[in-house]
Design a protein around this ligand. Sequence first.
Ligand code: PRP
Length: 211
Amino acid sequence: MKDWINVALPKGRLGEKAYGMLKNSGYECPAIEDPGRKLIFENPEKMVRYFWVKPSDVAIYVERGAADLGIVGKDILLEYEPEVYELLDLKMGKCRMAVAGKKDFRDPVGQTLKVATKFPNITRNFYAGKCRDIDIIHLNGSIELAPILGLSHVIVDIVETGTTLRENDLAVHEEIVPISARLIANVASYQFKDAQINAIRESLQKQVEET
Ligand code: PRP
């Protein structure tokens, strides 16, 4: 018997691309293709339900079982460490987590390093691995301003094209980890809807390999 599959998609280009792949896997939902402000869409024939959520919230919906599957950046998984299964690297939405700062920045050895970031957990783990004493300044956006205004020595942030750094006279000093989008599953759903979820995973994997 087929169960409903609930999928949390990250609002934006990445989510639209991921929906395209799910559609190719036989889980189309024409209603989602109409522009509008609706957040939830279902196709009763295919028994699939999609919802658009803020990218950083996808893992919460999946971890708590409001969604069986989700598409989420590896940065979110590393930052929040949700209890979900990571099923597949979709090899899209590629970027990197990096330490960046002013071009002429030199680590002030002997002083606590001030680091501004939206990713305090990733930052803490990275510097703990280097036994470097840091002071985390948790910001919610426009992180690049911090070293320019002297709020921090460096930032830990996502670098995609590098344009934001370049246009603000900043540069990457260290790479922390490459990032890409992942397919994740709720732990209980993966047990009870394993056949459907594995069929989706395999179809997506085939599409990833073909690109
Ligand atoms: C992200 C990130 C960088 C920028 C990197 O910010 O925090 O600022 O994108 O992309 P680039 O290397 O292609 O320039 P986002 O657009 O999410 O906005 P934010 O300032 O709210 O973090």
